[in-house]
Design a protein around this ligand. Structure first.
Ligand code: ZN
Length: 505
């Protein structure tokens, strides 16, 4: 037997194992999806244990020393293709990272996540941060421990960032957020001095069925393949994937808030198109997975904001929307609609923020998390620090805990280092969108006609097929000819909001 064929066989053994682990993980994903959509009330108790069993099975298989041996032996295999080599390299890194976790820490983190969640729910009910504080203190201590276990060179927060956006560092984020802060703050102040567009009509009564139908129309126009996925309703919209041929999204319908459904539908649609575009042949392997959370978010935000809140987009889609809701929209002009859905106003709640002030919501969480990890801030001081930053960055007074520090679920899950990927998503989206327009200067003429296929085609060529083959930084350089930066977003923001508010930025 030649060396080449035995390498190939070992690679196939590795692939089989990874695909089995993926089978287990995706089976969990089906159960999770079901829990959020159709699970009857009394089904929850058994669902919890079923999910826990599958999670431990997948974990055991991934930590199996036999897999480690196969991976190590494949490390030097020269006969493998670049794609195969990259899969091996990434799996080995993931494997070694996983093995670093002592089982007590894994257990403690999962227990803390579950008890944090209940304390957080209770604290929200009572509108009282102190109810959640002991749990948060425990979680922060565990995350500090986790950062130490994973290791870092400069800042403990780097270790956690790496979990969500491989290679991202505090040094880069400090610079990017610094740039955003310096330029966006005067923009927000200038906008606050201008008259605001009327947007009360968005809160009239919009029937569920028509909203649902309009959402489907948008998804079809975007190119969401309904033979390879479906949409359902849930409390919080999300996207989940079981493989590129079965991608599920959910939306939420509020009959007194039209914007809520439209942009969450486009947002999740953007995530879903990415999942449908990942290479099927790499199922279960790193190059079959999304590049990073930041790149995933870039896909949702490019559709949601760069396109879905643009004038050319609504030059086509406003008329059908008006026809569905003539009593509400007949007397609202296209320009009035466009202004209303792009209204910029500093506010308290991150998920309801406009695309400019949104970055400040993320920045605040980033700065707090960073200080918590470094020990420069304790959980007990967090509420005061939060409120002070909202006053400083957004000029708003936080009236109570529910509208302040208790608004996000992320810390209950132990997801520290996650928030920055939201801002990174917007920055990558603006960079990708600029590159797309450079390649297709005529794009807005097609978008005006409701032809969105060129957008998807471009993404399918430039971003979707690579999975984790490139890092997010490399992908950005390949596609845009430059690394991550805030310039493209700032150009986009100045042009768009300068025109909307009649200001020269
Ligand atoms: Zn998203």
């Amino acid at each position: 037997m030649t060396a080449g064929s035995s390498q190939e066989q070992r690679y196939l053994r590795y692939r089989d194992r990874m695909q089995q682990i993926a089978d287990i993980r995706y089976a969990s994903a089906v159960l999770n999806w079901d829990e959020e959509t159709y699970l009857p009330e009394q089904g929850a108790s058994f669902r919890g244990r079923q999910l826990a069993t599958l999670a431990s099975l997948a974990h055991e298989r991934f930590c199996d020393p036999e897999l480690g041996r196969v991976l190590e032996s494949l490390q030097e295999a020269e006969e493998l293709s670049p794609l195969q080599k990259r899969n091996v390299q990434l799996s080995l890194e993931d494997y070694q990272k996983n093995r670093k976790y002592p089982s007590e820490l894994v257990k403690a983190l999962s227990q803390a996540a579950s008890s944090s969640y209940h304390a957080w729910i209770q604290a929200r009910k009572e509108n009282d941060f102190s109810v959640y504080l002991p749990e948060l203190e425990r979680m922060v201590a565990l995350k500090r421990q986790e950062a130490a276990v994973l290791g870092y060179q400069v800042h403990p927060y780097d270790a956690l960032l790496d979990e969500h956006e491989k290679g991202m560092r505090v040094a880069v984020l400090d610079q990017v957020f610094g740039q955003l802060r310096a330029h966006l703050k005067p923009m927000l102040q200038a906008i606050a001095g201008r008259p605001q567009p009327e947007d009360a009509f968005l809160n009239r009564f919009y029937g569920r069925d028509q909203q649902w139908a309009f959402g489907l129309r948008l998804l079809k126009a975007m190119g969401f393949d309904f033979r390879k996925g479906r949409q359902d309703l849930s409390e919080h919209p999300f996207t989940t994937s079981f493989n590129p041929s079965d991608v599920r999204i959910t939306t939420r319908i509020d009959e007194h808030d039209l914007a809520n459904m439209i942009w969450s539908c486009i947002h999740e649609g953007g995530h879903a198109l990415y999942e449908q575009g990942l290479p099927e042949g790499e199922y279960g392997l790193p190059c079959g997975e999304a590049c990073s959370l930041g790149i995933h978010e870039s896909q949702s935000r490019l559709w949601e904001n760069c396109l879905g809140r643009s004038l050319p987009f609504w030059e086509h889609f406003y008329e059908p929307l008006q026809k569905l809701f003539p009593e509400n929209l007949k007397s609202v002009s296209l320009n009035a609609f466009y202004g209303a859905v792009n209204r910029v106003q500093a506010s308290l709640i991150r998920t309801e923020a406009d695309e400019l002030s949104y970055h400040f919501h993320v920045m605040i969480r980033y700065e707090l998390e960073k200080d918590l990890l470094a020990g420069a801030l304790e959980a007990s001081e967090l509420k005061d620090a939060w409120n002070a930053k909202y006053a400083e960055y957004l000029g708003v007074r936080v009236p109570d805990d529910k509208h302040g520090i208790l608004q996000d679920i992320h810390w209950c899950h132990g997801s520290f280092g996650y928030f920055p990927t939201y801002s990174l998503g917007s920055l990558y989206a603006a960079q990708f969108y600029e590159a797309m327009l450079r390649a297709h200067p005529e794009l807005h003429l097609q978008v005006q006609k409701g032809m969105l296929a060129p957008v998807l085609d471009w993404l399918r060529r430039e971003v979707h097929p690579f999975g984790r083959f490139y890092t997010s930084q490399q992908l950005c350089e390949n596609v845009c000819g430059e690394g991550l930066n805030a310039e493209a977003f700032l150009r986009y923001a100045r042009t768009k909001y300068g025109a909307l508010y009649g200001i020269r930025f």
